[in-house]
Design a protein. Structure first.
Length: 72
């Protein structure tokens, strides 16, 4: 159980790091320079949220899998 908690906190730390880098560097860089490209501006506003959402979803799926394995 402790190992599992450690893994979860590791994933949360990685997600927070990704979110920080995306918001600080990603928004000014991608928003301004690449607005002429095929990505609309809203994509870069939503991207960090999508990253965090997918990471949290994977964590929840992993936890469900683990609890199902323990029941059997």
């Amino acid at each position: 159980m402790d190992q599992l908690l450690g893994k979860i906190f590791q994933l949360i730390a990685i997600a927070a790091f990704l979110y920080g880098t995306l918001t600080t560097f990603g928004q000014p860089l991608l928003g301004e320079q690449y607005s002429m490209f095929f990505f609309p501006r809203w994509f870069f506003n939503w991207a960090p949220g999508l990253v965090i959402g997918s990471v949290l979803g994977l964590i929840l799926m992993y936890l469900n899998k683990q609890s199902n394995m323990k029941k059997k």
